[in-house]
Each structure stands twice: as structure tokens, then as C-alpha cells.
Design a protein around this ligand. Sequence first.
Ligand code: ATP
Ligand code: MG
Length: 211
Amino acid sequence: MTENDKTPNTGSSEQTSQQRHKQRQQKLQQHVQQGIAKATAEKGLLLIITGNGKGKSTSGFGTVARAVGHGLTAAVVQFIKGSWDCGERNLLEQHQVEFAVMATGFTWDTQDKAGDIAAAEQVWARAEQMLADPAIDLVLLDELTYMVSYHYIALERIVKALQNRPASQHVVITGRSCHRTLIEMADTVSEVQVVKHAFDAGIKAQRGIDW
Ligand code: ATP
Ligand code: MG
């Protein structure tokens, strides 16, 4: 090896690194394009956002905002939800998004099983109508998973309404511990994991972030 060989030749090594980057990106582009070319089907999707981490309902509402932004019609059914202020509702109702709200709040607050079941039945009846309405492009069933785990609404009824919905209608279901039957039916399922949450550090729910 000569002295010259040891001297770093930044010009040419920079060039090689650029070339390598270009080659890698070209390969990646090819891979992405092949994937896109294969994905040709179009259908109404069933999406589930589950898990214990924060971000399930915000993801559901984000999808509603995305759809409405493209001129699609959307409707929201909120199970469990209390009658407290909801930022998304304040905004989306101004964009003709219908909200059907169970408005009973948490079971540990109501402590009234019969009342909760009656409220669940009532709001589910509206959800069934939405799931049969071809004029609604997207239905968000926020916190629906608890209706199954608490046995407030029979799983079979939910499965039937989802199966019989208009072919192009999208549905988003949110909530923890989603029943495996729904997971199996879904096209896209994401599980949000807790890494940390401000509440555990004694910080109360913040307006605009948590509600
Ligand atoms: P978000 O509505 O913020 O997307 P989420 O739908 O994922 O939350 P839920 O279980 O529906 O979660 O709970 C709603 C409320 O509880 C929100 O105020 C949220 O910040 C809070 N929350 C969510 N996950 C946790 C957690 N792991 N620990 C403490 N609080 C949580
Ligand atoms: Mg939620």
C-alpha cells in the first residue's frame, strides 16, 4: 500500500456512497412499485384498531376526517362514551357527520347493567341502520369491542350486520380486547401498545389531546 492509498479520497468515496444510495433506492422503488401493481382490488374495508395503548379512537376519527376530506359520507357510533364534550364531534358535526352516542359513560360509574344494556341496544339499532345504508361510505364504531366483551350485544348480530353491509362501505372498529371472530373478519388490524402514558405520571386528561 502506498502513502497515496492511505490518504482518504473524499471525492471518490462520496461518489461511491452516492451510487450505493442510488442503487438501494432504485431497488426499493422497484419493490414498492411491484407491490402497488399487485394491489388492484377495491372493496369496503373492515379495519380494527385495538390494544391497550392510546391512539385507537383518534385513529378512527382521523380516518373519518380523511374520508370527509375526500367528500365521502361518514357516520360515527360511540359506545360507552359519556355525555362529556368531544372535540371530534364538535368538528365533524359541522361537516354533516352524524353521531349516535350511547352516552351512558363507564360501567363502573353507571353501576346499572340493565340500563347500560338498554342504551347499548338503542344505539346498536341505529348502527344497524347505518350498516345497511349504501349512502354512508364509512362507519366508525368507536369502543364497539366492549359491547361484545360485556355481552351487551350478541356477537352474531354484529357479524351479520358487518357481513350484510353494502360492498363498498368501510367500517372502523375501535376498543381493547377485540373478539377474535371480528379480528378474523377484518381486512386490516392494528394493535396499539403502551410504551408510556402521561396519566401514569399523575397528569390528568388534557382537552384536545385526550378528549
Ligand atoms: P384516544 O381516544 O386518545 O385515541 P384510545 O381510544 O386509544 O385513546 P381508550 O381506551 O378509548 O383509548 O381511552 C380513552 C381515554 O383514556 C383517553 O383519554 C386516553 O388518553 C386514555 N388512555 C388511553 N390509553 C391509556 C393508557 N394506557 N393509560 C391511561 N390512559 C389511557
Ligand atoms: Mg377509544
